[in-house]
Design a protein around this ligand. Structure first.
Ligand SMILES: Nc1ncnc2c1ncn2[C@@H]1O[C@H](COP(=O)(O)OP(=O)(O)OP(=O)(O)O)[C@@H](O)[C@H]1O
Ligand SMILES: [Mg+2]
Ligand SMILES: [Zn+2]
Length: 388
């Protein structure tokens, strides 16, 4: 059987141009390379799986390349690039600070830094999870970081910038990596699906992208998982919600319709069905609030860009949003927000949600009633003869 390589490894970008959603970083790095304006210490911060190690490796490869292209990319063909691609480069050292966090480990590293590179211009040290270094290790490292030899470049990476001591921060050029946009992740997955000959429904890919919460590695792992589960090399929406245990958005559309039509019984039955399927009540509340937020932004052509879902679903949102007045959506969201706040402390969270749903089901009536009262008051005021 052919060895299966997980997509996250198979599709690790090899050039700056192929890094998704971090152009503010890749452009700056390319410019620094082209203008020979390279810092000696970098700190890459950001959430998990968004391209920190990837960019560190691309940077390392590029600055040692013998024929850097006019765009600031590595050629991929020279001796140095080939050695790098075969993991045989002596100029790049990676240290995982999560498991090598003692003073001894850092002393070894500092010792190595003293020797210039055998071939190539730079020796690059990538220190991953740098926040895990012990205090003593940090201190042992400071001096080298402050005055490194010309040929040494340090790239520190961390998911927890706040844990890095200020003396280190002030010695590094800091790059903040973004969470990656849902649409960017979905497009990236679509291109991988095409390369792998997998038929994937856009809705399914969007769902994976949403669930990944900005991390591409997580998105790729979920993608692999679903492919593994399906025997026929397809990724469907249905398979995705089953595998990722996501509540089908159809529920949100249905419950919204029921609430708007004052159909309280149906609403409560749907809510019960959701709980019986094993979904968490609090997540349902948050999901429903998000659904209404999506309806709200679909009401205006200016804000519709904020809706990050597959095109087919966008149409469904627009359709449902048409019938719902803004005032109703906002009031309903308000009620849900209260539930969100109170949920954790509630002795009977199911009842809390049910009461909220009851309120929302009769919201329109309440709004109409308050309007009638207001109009009545207004009419009464007008009738009053002003006293001279
Ligand atoms: N911006 C990106 N563009 C393309 N692929 C990406 C990107 N970010 C992550 N990936 C994919 O996820 C994998 C892991 O990314 P990487 O190791 O760079 O993450 P990281 O930011 O270092 O995460 P961690 O904080 O967990 O170390 C890569 O091999 C690649 O397949
Ligand atoms: Mg990393
Ligand atoms: Zn090269």
């Amino acid at each position: 059987m052919e060895n299966f390589i997980v997509s996250a490894r198979k599709y690790r970008p090899a050039t700056f141009a192929s890094v998704v959603g971090q152009s503010h970083i890749t452009t700056t790095l390319k410019n620094a390379i082209l203008n020979d304006h390279l810092a000696q210490a970098f700190l890459f911060c950001g959430p998990r799986g968004v391209g920190k190690t990837t960019c560190a490796r691309i940077l390392a490869k590029t600055i040692n390349c013998h024929h850097i292209t006019s765009e600031g990319e590595a050629c991929g063909e020279c001796e140095s690039c080939v050695a790098f691609q075969n993991n045989a480069s002596f100029n790049i050292h990676e240290l995982d600070a999560a498991s090598n966090n003692s003073v001894e480990d850092i002393r070894n590293l500092v010792e190595q830094v003293r020797y210039p590179p055998q071939n190539g211009k730079y020796k690059i040290y990538i220190i991953d999870e740098v926040h895990m270094l012990s205090n003593a290790a940090f201190n042992a490292f400071l001096k080298t970081l402050e005055e490194p030899p010309r040929y040494a470049i340090f790239i520190l990476a961390t998911t927890e910038k706040h844990k890095i001591i200020p003396t280190i921060l002030s010695r590094c050029q800091i790059y903040d990596f973004n969470r990656i946009q849902i649409s960017d992740i979905a497009n990236h997955l679509a291109s991988i699906a095409e390369k792998e000959g997998i038929k994937a429904e856009p809705q399914a890919l969007h769902l994976i992208a949403q669930k990944a919460d900005g991390g591409l590695r997580d998105a790729l792992s979920m993608f692999d998982l679903i492919v593994t589960f399906s025997a026929d090399n397809t990724i469907t929406y249905q398979k995705t919600i089953e595998n990722l245990h996501i509540l089908d958005y159809d529920y949100y559309f249905r419950i919204t319709d029921c609430l708007w039509q004052n159909d309280l019984s149906q609403t409560l039955l749907i809510f019960d069905e959701i709980l019986k399927k094993g979904f968490d009540g609090h997540l349902f509340v948050i999901g429903l609030a998000e659904h209404w937020r999506n309806l709200l932004v679909s009401k205006d052509t200016q804000t519709i860009v904020l809706l990050q879902t597959a095109d087919e679903i966008k149409k469904r949102y627009a359709e449902q949003a048409k019938n719902l007045p803004l005032s109703w959506l906002i009031s309903a969201m308000n009620v849900l927000q209260q539930v969100d706040i109170q949920y954790k402390n509630s002795k009977n969270p199911k009842l809390l949600v049910e009461i909220a749903l009851m309120k929302i089901a009769y919201l329109q009536k309440a709004i109409e009633l308050s309007q009638i009262v207001q109009n009545q008051n207004f009419a009464d005021d007008k009738k009053k003869v002003p006293t001279p």
